[in-house]
Design a protein around this ligand. Structure first.
Ligand SMILES: [Ca+2]
Length: 448
């Protein structure tokens, strides 16, 4: 078995250089946003495709569900962590917004999935509040003519995982709606295979077997139907993943299948992934010990990998070493580093020493009716709104980090940045509660 880490690394690096605006997509639903909507509110986006005025909180939306299923996976495994933190209701609220969105996005009659709202170019040319956006918001769709089984299957996985979450919550009706949509969307994806190219400049996609595999496993978990499990075994790739990212979810499906089957093939693939990630493998480590996968959002890759390590540990794979490594990575993100005198949290709002200038348009704007424009983008001053809970991109390979809004490589925030990170936090609370928090040995410990 060979790792594909190096090849992926090169492809990714090339992709990022070729598309310097790559990471400007911000304001997605699962990063804690300002003015959090109530759980009963209707999502206004889908009926507004092509509209010239749209008041939604979200901005340019693409990539389908990205790593949304990861959030629900963390709920499933570390539910007690959310309970102990008093965040269980918030978790249900957080996942219901995108689930409602996906239900509206998928039309099983015409077999069409809306996968993107907004024109990326026009969207990125604007700096200001989302509620002040007035440009056209054209949609991109996936159907039998425009293939996109990667996004369709990822969305099906999210819907199926959501069905499990809401069944557990006791909302049987909503759970059935989610499952029904998940099954028809998965069936559509299976008969219309092909990678979606419509977001290539922003969230490129290199293949769909990982998403197909995830959808099949989650559907098996909800229905118990063995056909789904057999499908998943057919789709799974046992190569070692580059990371857990919007494009590459191999390791997630390897872990899911190991949990379902206890088959050593899948376990070995997960172990291989972490051989690449743990010290001595193929990942650069910063002097203070961050597993640094890429200059673009290094924290996000570390957070996602830490979450996977906690999941793998929970299923009995290298439990002690994976837990220790995962907690050390999260420790780094929350303060065990040397930035700004040390004890710097890359999660906004945690402690008192955290990023002041995330690359986030809404957060950079003063309260209305004060104007907000490009001047706020360039202003070298703290954002007036606190984007509580968002993880910013992170440092370079030498632990250097500049808290500047204009630097979107280091200061981006996005759903795929918070998905694994927040799951890892729930996992750590779970370890604390069960008396299993490992002893860690961070290189730049916070002494305050
Ligand atoms: Ca993929």
């Amino acid at each position: 078995m060979k790792s594909d880490v190096s090849a992926k690394d090169e492809r990714k690096a090339h992709h990022l250089q070729a598309h310097p605006m790559n990471a400007l997509c911000v304001g997605n639903t699962s990063v804690p946003v300002l003015d959090s909507p109530s759980s009963n509110a209707q999502h206004p986006i889908l009926p507004r495709c092509q509209s010239s005025s749209s008041p939604e909180v979200d901005e340019h939306q693409n990539g389908g569900s990205k790593l949304f299923h990861v959030e629900i996976q963390s709920w499933e495994r570390f539910r007690d962590g959310y309970e102990k933190a008093g965040q269980l209701d918030m978790m249900y609220d957080m996942i219901k917004w995108p689930l409602d969105y996906f239900l509206k996005a998928w039309d099983p009659t015409s077999k069409q999935l809306t996968v993107q709202v907004g024109d990326a170019g026009m969207d990125h040319a604007f700096w200001g509040r989302p509620e002040d956006m007035t440009m056209a918001r054209p949609c991109k769709v996936v159907n039998s003519n425009n293939k996109g089984s990667d996004i369709a299957a990822e969305t099906a996985a999210a819907l199926a995982a959501g069905a499990l979450a809401y069944e557990d919550k006791g909302d049987e009706l909503y759970s059935i709606r989610l499952l029904t949509a998940a099954e028809s969307l998965y069936a559509f994806a299976k008969t219309n295979r092909g990678v979606f190219g419509g977001s290539a400049a922003y969230y490129s996609s290199s293949g769909d077997p990982d998403e197909m595999c995830e959808a099949a496993v989650w559907l098996y978990r909800v229905t118990g139907n063995n056909e789904y499990l057999e499908d998943a075994k057919g789709f799974v790739e046992t190569a070692w993943g580059w990371s857990l990212s919007w494009d590459d979810k191999k390791v997630a499906c390897q872990e899911l299948l190991y949990e379902e089957t206890q088959d050593a093939v899948y376990k070995d693939a997960v172990v291989g992934f972490f051989q690449g990630w743990l010290p001595g493998g193929q990942i650069t480590y910063t002097p203070c010990g961050l597993a640094w996968r890429d200059k673009w959002g290094a924290n996000r890759y570390a957070g996602n990998a830490a979450f996977m390590a906690l999941l793998a540990a929970e299923s009995g794979i290298e439990t002690d070493s994976y837990r220790k490594w995962a907690v050390e990575q999260i420790n780094y993100l929350l303060g065990d580093n040397n930035h700004n005198g040390g004890c710097f949290s890359y999660e906004i709002g945690y402690g008192s020493n955290y990023p002041q200038q995330p690359h986030h348009r809404g957060a950079s704007c003063p309260d209305r009716p004060a104007p907000c424009s490009q001047a706020q983008f360039s202003a070298n001053s703290p954002s007036p709104q606190i984007l509580q809970g968002a993880l910013v991109g992170g440092p370079d390979a030498q632990d250097n980090y500049q808290d500047r809004r204009t630097d979107y490589v280091q200061n981006e925030v996005a759903t795929d940045y918070n998905s694994g990170f927040q799951g890892a936090l729930a996992g750590i609370v779970h370890l604390q509660a069960s008396g299993n928090l490992p002893v860690t040995n961070n290189k730049c410990p916070c002494r305050n």
